[in-house]
Design a protein around this ligand. Structure first.
Ligand SMILES: Cc1ncc(COP(=O)(O)O)c(C=O)c1O
Length: 379
């Protein structure tokens, strides 16, 4: 079975991990900072705080940006549930903004309408979280113009988009946002096994995020409230979990990051192979956008029923595909919280999309075979 995505691990990754295993620090050692430094270098962000999952990165970013019980966060319904869950875990209310029908990304026009209504009802959100779906960045310039008008901060969920570009800068530069979060799950652009990061240009947010990944403990004496303490002292000004990334994972992440451009290039090449080979009538293909990180190659069938039978047909031939995503507002948990919300563009997109296999080592023969099955099934 060929899955829709998978990691690319080589000997240099094995050596990086083995070096840590032979060292004095399996966790809380120098690899964590080295990975953070490398992420800043790559993205242009001033600060990086690595954590043990993309979900933890969202929680920490939201909390460090000031989201709390009674607060409000708006995001895209076409995302992994973690984007919304992290806000609910902080006691905030989540709501969803409809998407652009061809990219599936949060739609600035839908946002403008929703903001205007919320302003009139005195119910504006504290945070807006655009998600760069499949690796194609959102229109952050338009979204941030709206957010600024209402004094709302943006956090980017860039779990799909490390290695891509947004408005001419690397994703993660936080050109328009207070922070950007990443995931290093094995299907993503690079992997640390599990892992995530918060990127930001805001030194205070980075400091708080660093605290929040370590139980809320402040390790730097310069920031202690109580001065003149003995060497064994430490101070806990906030409440946090253990969201630390181990040095073993950080070493793998840093080793992978050194090959990120190669990974994106390899994925892009396969996206072009698909674009050449797919020719079924009514099939919508993703735009061959130069900013794309190509985390996923998501096609859209003309009809939902075609998508579901195509999923089965590909599976029968040994190809795994996936739906990114069943809309979050239609999950049982969110229907119980929010009632039944209508977001027609998101529902329409989600009923027709399918992510085909795409990863750096995928042979051209397999891409062509997948395309043949799709063309045959939909033709
Ligand atoms: C858009 C998005 N947000 C958040 C996450 C959560 O990341 P993780 O699985 O590393 O916790 C994922 C990962 O699946 C994701 O795709």
């Amino acid at each position: 079975m060929i899955g829709y995505s998978r990691q690319s691990v080589d000997d240099s990754d094995l050596e990086a991990v083995a070096r840590v295993l032979k060292s004095d620090f399996l966790t809380q050692g120098p690899e964590v900072e080295a990975f953070e430094h490398a992420l800043c270098e790559y993205t242009g962000a001033a600060h990086a705080v690595v954590v043990n999952s993309g979900s933890a990165a969202l929680y920490v970013a939201y909390a460090a940006a000031g989201l709390k019980a009674g607060g409000r966060l708006w995001t895209s319904p076409l995302t992994f549930v973690a984007t919304a869950n992290a806000a609910v875990m902080l006691g905030a209310e989540v709501d969803f903004v409809d998407v652009n029908p061809s990219t599936g990304n949060l739609c600035p026009r839908a946002l403008a309408v929703k903001l205007e209504k919320a302003a009139a009802e005195n119910a504006l959100p504290d945070l807006i979280v655009p998600v760069h779906l499949n690796g194609l960045s959102c229109d952050l310039s338009a979204i941030s113009t709206l957010a600024e008008r209402y004094g709302i901060s943006i956090i980017e969920d860039a779990s799909h988009a490390l290695g891509g570009h947004c408005a001419g800068r690397p994703v993660g530069a936080c050109q328009y946002s207070k922070a950007t979060t990443l995931s290093f799950h094995p299907v993503k652009s690079i992997t640390a096994g599990e892992g995530g990061a918060v990127l930001t240009n805001d030194a205070a947010l980075a400091r708080l995020a660093t605290r929040l990944r370590h139980h809320g403990i402040e390790r730097d004496p310069e920031f202690w409230v109580r001065s003149g303490q003995p060497g064994h002292y430490y101070e806990q000004p906030d409440l946090g979990f253990n969201f630390r990334l181990s040095d073993i994972h950080a070493a793998l992440g840093r080793s992978q990051l050194s090959r990120l451009d190669h990974f994106v290039e390899a994925r892009k090449k396969r996206a072009h192979w698909y674009a050449e080979a797919l020719e079924a009538p009514g099939l919508a293909l993703p735009p061959l956008d130069t900013d794309h990180a190509w985390h996923l190659y998501a096609i859209r069938c003309a009809e939902a029923s075609q998508r579901d039978s195509l999923f089965q047909a590909l599976r029968a031939e040994g190809f795994g595909t996936a739906v990114h995503y069943p809309p979050v507002h239609r999950q049982l948990y969110y229907e119980k919280r929010l009632g039944r919300i209508e977001l027609p563009q998101a529902e329409n997109y989600a009923s027709r999309c399918l992510s085909l296999p795409l990863f750096p080592g995928l042979p051209r023969k397999q891409v062509e075979r997948v395309a043949e099955i799709v063309n045959g099934h939909l033709g």
